[in-house]
Design a protein around this ligand. Sequence first.
Ligand SMILES: [Zn+2]
Length: 89
Amino acid sequence: MLKRIDREQQTKRVNMTYKTTTKGFTPLSIRTHKARKAHTCVKCSKTVPKGDNYTKTVATEDNMFMSNAWHSSCFVDHSEYIDDCNKRQ
Ligand SMILES: [Zn+2]
C-alpha cells in the first residue's frame, strides 16, 4: 500500500525530479539553496563555496535516508544523463 502511494507521488513530481534505475529510490525533496556553509558536491566531489546556490536533494533508497548537495550544473548534467538512460530503455 505504501509503495503504491510513493509511486503516485513520484509521477506527480516527474517534472522537477529524476528517476534512477535503482530499486526503491524515492525522492522526497529537490531544492535550490544558497549555501550557508561550504558543501561537497556529491557528483564531482569539489567544494560548493559558501554563498553559492546549490541543489539539495533528499531521498530514500532501499530504506536508507540520503541528503546530498550538488552544484546546480552538476545536478542538471546528472538529470539529463538519467533522462538519456531512460529514453534508451
Ligand atoms: Zn559538482
